[in-house]
Design a protein around this ligand. Structure first.
Ligand code: PLP
Ligand code: COI
Length: 343
């Protein structure tokens, strides 16, 4: 697609073909050269370990064209570290942080014409993924891996952008086991959550909100994002062994402290939702998406959080500050952004 025909302000969160992806293969005990590829396809052995035994991990991060025209990549080091953690968790080969960062920069440079202009609300989403490619019939980790990063311009994850949406709790589903892979970004977690998400969407909700899989007493996270709420001016977010440590949540907690708020990271009982004034989903794709109502099918209670249906004042402040840092509108006091020079 010629990029002058892209309607940058109205992009959805979906795949658009760009010019290049970058790849690197781990074989014979070492990572090879970075390859630049214009083919969107991957040719795999039919017995590759990713196809049978779920050796697949991924990441998601965004690059933004800022107010000053510079391109900023948000917290790439954190994504690199989390991907190493995911790899270690399911016996895959960890990608060196430097290689991860180098490949992110390269894929942005190669697809610079797909970076949405400043002011459009859109960004260039990077999707790094690693798969086990060695043929395996017995259940064993592979010794050969393929690491790919592709880039695609995206708009908001939830239709309408920064507006409230409703979410639902369905107690018949878990996305992760108590000591399972919930803390890792493995593809299998998303497969596990798909029935709950499909049911939520069929009933008019934007996402499923999962409870802790052990006791079903505490809030865990949403299918594609972490959860936080505001209770009497305090930023409260679940502490749990089965949720993905969100880089956006980590950043919002810091911003909340910067704004003078208290931050609590602790188990959050479902019933406490009756006492909160604001709630939101947060993540790279979701950014900071305010929640209107939360329906719990176990008790048939609907928690009406945003009573006027609008994003609350703290959520709005947190969202605005995060976006302003990403877009270079305010000083990046925590050094979260890497500027990609020359594009
Ligand atoms: N939780 C889940 C299950 C996710 O898929 C994501 C998205 O990456 C998040 C939380 C948010 O994490 P991050 O803010 O690092 O994107
Ligand atoms: C992200 O926010 O980057 C994710 O990976 C979530 C995904 C479900 C879109």
């Amino acid at each position: 697609m010629a990029n002058e025909t892209i309607d940058w302000s109205n992009l959805s969160f979906s795949y658009m073909k760009t010019d290049y992806n970058v790849r690197c293969t781990f074989r014979d005990g070492k990572w090879g050269e970075i390859e630049v590829c214009s083919d969107e396809n991957v040719t795999l052995h039919m017995a590759a370990s990713c196809l049978h035994y779920g050796q697949e991990i991924f990441e998601g991060l965004k690059a933004f064209r800022g107010k000053d025209g510079k391109v900023r990549l948000f917290r790439v080091d954190e994504n690199a570290k989390r991907m190493q953690n995911s790899a270690n968790g399911i016996m895959m080969e960890p990608i060196p942080v430097e290689l991860f960062e180098q490949m992110c920069k390269k894929v942005i440079e190669l697809n610079a014409r797909f970076i949405p202009p400043y002011g459009t609300g859109s960004s260039l989403y990077l999707r790094p993924l690693e798969i086990g490619i060695e043929p395996r019939v017995g259940v064993n980790p592979a010794t050969e891996y393929l690491f790919i990063i592709f880039a695609t311009p995206v708009g908001p994850y939830f239709k309408g952008g920064f507006q409230t949406t409703d979410v639902a709790i369905y107690r018949e589903f878990d996305r992760a086991a108590p000591l399972g892979t919930g803390r890792l970004k493995v593809g299998g977690n998303y497969a596990c959550g798909m029935r709950a998400t499909a049911k939520a969407k069929a009933n008019g909700y934007s996402a499923a909100l999962f409870l802790d899989p052990k006791e079903k007493k505490y809030l865990d996270e949403c299918g594609p994002a972490n959860f936080f709420c505001i209770k009497d001016g305090v930023y409260v977010t679940p502490k749990s062994g089965s949720i993905l440590p969100s880089i956006t949540n980590m950043s919002l907690q810091q911003i909340a402290r910067d704004l003078g708020m208290e931050v609590q990271c602790r188990p959050v009982p479902v019933e406490e939702l009756a006492e909160v004034q604001e709630a939101a989903e947060c993540g790279t794709a979701a950014v900071c998406s305010p929640i209107g109502k939360i329906y719990d099918d176990g008790t048939d209670i609907t928690y009406n959080i945003a009573k006027d249906g609008k994003p609350g004042p703290w959520t709005t402040k947190l969202y605005n500050r995060l976006r302003a840092i990403q877009l270079g509108e305010v000083e990046d006091t925590h050094n979260w952004c890497t500027i990609i020079e020359g594009i």
